[in-house]
Design a protein around this ligand. Sequence first.
Ligand SMILES: NC(=O)c1ccc[n+]([C@@H]2O[C@H](COP(=O)([O-])OP(=O)(O)OC[C@H]3O[C@@H](n4cnc5c(N)ncnc54)[C@H](OP(=O)(O)O)[C@@H]3O)[C@@H](O)[C@H]2O)c1
Length: 237
Amino acid sequence: MELKGKTAIVTGASSGIGAEFSKALAEKGVTVYGLARRKSKLDEVKKVVGDNFIPVELDVTKRQDVDAWVDHSLENQSVDILVNNAGFGKFGNIDELPVEDWEGMLNTNLSGIFYLTRRVVPLMKSNPEVCHIVNIASVAGLIGNPQIAGYNATKFGVRGMSEAMMKELRPFGIKVSCFYPGSISTEFFSHSGGSTHPNMMSPADVAHTLIHVLETPDNFLIDEVVMRPLNPKPPEK
Ligand SMILES: NC(=O)c1ccc[n+]([C@@H]2O[C@H](COP(=O)([O-])OP(=O)(O)OC[C@H]3O[C@@H](n4cnc5c(N)ncnc54)[C@H](OP(=O)(O)O)[C@@H]3O)[C@@H](O)[C@H]2O)c1
């Protein structure tokens, strides 16, 4: 896809990789609708990214708000790219994980993708150009581990949903890719309770990969990308 002049929606654009995706896309000449709940953080992103970034205060778990935003803002608007990135993890033993954390992860990491995607796909189906949906899962969508059963459940769900969407939507000229990143240096770990390490990936490197995947020729689909730090521990001296 030639990115210049295209329109993208990026969820979770107020921090972390979503903010970095927005910056990288805007630098390529893409108009980016950046969705998140924290308006003040979105405004900070806009100061860095500039006029190509349109901040949208929206909670992806609120289906009626998602519907209202699509109806109000995307009428007669062509959408070329959707990056379903908003998400969070809460780690803990299965017998100690609060029900509200389980429900919050399901609502955000899975239902949030469904609520927005179901409204954007019809716009993409009527777009004569090839479009692209990128879902951000995690290596936790491939590998189960202790204390992350809830997060695993949502990210394994994103994997299945992405594969099904890929097969369903390619006849309509809509690419679907799913990313499975390992640890990235973002706010994620300050909410999750998981531990960090000194060699996490940089959000800018993940954004570089997004641009590469989006810029591939129309008849070429990278549908899954696993990315990890080369060494999760500092190299031995
Ligand atoms: N960091 C990692 O190591 C890592 C690894 C693999 C996968 N991931 C995945 O990468 C994605 C982005 O995470 P990150 O690492 O960049 O962490 P982050 O800095 O905490 O970003 C999470 C983003 O999601 C948004 N968000 C959360 N709930 C939302 C909701 N209900 N509605 C709209 N936006 C919402 C947050 O914005 P507001 O709070 O302003 O709403 C924020 O912009 C997540 O799906 C995460 O699971 C992260």
